[in-house]
Design a protein. Structure first.
Length: 272
């Protein structure tokens, strides 16, 4: 018997068996193995649904509430005016909740150098190194500034005091906005009052335009002496010059910066 014939006969036998079962009234398929219906089948256990993470306690979720813009400026003026010493001013700035820059910065960068020196440098804002260390002008541009000043006999440890318009680093080292500068202006003016310098040096366009209330760029403001008004009846001589970060990007401008430093040295020596 050939294989094909055997397969056909087997198929016919299976069909005949199915017809017989239908004649007997079978209407559902049987399982391959016999089942004891007296034993209850185990219930199917569903896997528990993944639970959403519990919300953090309110105390952990709470973020410092910034002052509304309408009152932040008034609060800054009040805190600055209430500070009667440089340590008190630093504490007042640390307590100020009017700027989101505080939430993105690592540290408040207050000042460095000798406050009683009579010479005060003011830049624009901390960079990444300054934010990390909590001191102004300690990065590459600050190191360049220290070398430039050393060339005219000035040392940070002995001869000058240095700070910025903003005490907090803007994200990504971006240029401070006009609103940020205006918000922190009461603090820097009070800072100057408390340090009592005889001469100011304004490093870069942000510092120069803010304190001179000018719209001119630094290339037009630099190279000459101005007057910075601190309060009614009080003004200080101020020299505007190029920021050292600009000199790193534009080495050809170092000649102009050198001339500015020579002007400063002559003024200190009384030969200007």
């Amino acid at each position: 018997m050939t294989g094909a014939r055997m397969e056909a006969e087997t198929q016919d036998a299976l069909i005949a068996a199915l017809r017989l079962q239908l004649d007997w009234g079978v209407d559902e398929a049987l399982e391959a193995e016999p089942q004891d219906r007296a034993v209850r089948a185990p219930e199917r256990v569903e896997a528990p649904a993944a639970r959403a993470p519990s919300p953090a306690p309110a105390a952990l979720r709470a973020q410092p509430q910034l002052l509304p813009a309408s009152v932040a400026g008034t609060r800054a003026q009040a805190l600055a005016a209430g500070a009667d010493s440089l340590p008190a001013l630093r504490e007042a700035m640390a307590q100020f909740e009017g700027s989101p820059l505080k939430e993105t910065a690592m540290n408040l960068v207050f000042a460095d150098g000798v406050a009683e020196s009579g010479l005060m440098f003011i830049g624009e804002a901390p960079g990444a190194d300054e934010d990390r260390l909590g001191r102004p002008f300690v990065g590459v541009s600050g190191q360049l500034l220290d070398r430039m000043l050393a060339s005219v006999g000035l040392s940070r440890e002995r001869d000058f005091y240095i700070t910025n318009i903003l005490p907090f680093r803007p994200p990504g080292n971006r240029t401070p906005t006009d609103a940020e500068i205006a918000l922190f202006l009461p603090f820097i003016l009070r800072h100057i009052e408390l340090a009592r310098p005889r001469l100011l040096v304004l490093l870069g366009g942000v510092s120069a335009k803010a304190l001179l209330r000018s719209r001119e760029g630094i290339t037009r403001l630099r190279g000459r002496w101005h007057q910075v008004t601190i309060n009614e009846g009080q003004a200080l001589p101020a020299l505007a010059t190029l920021h050292p970060a600009y000199l790193l990007r534009t080495p050809s401008a170092k000649r102009e910066a050198w001339n500015d430093l020579l002007m400063l040295r002559r003024r200190i020596d009384g030969t200007d």
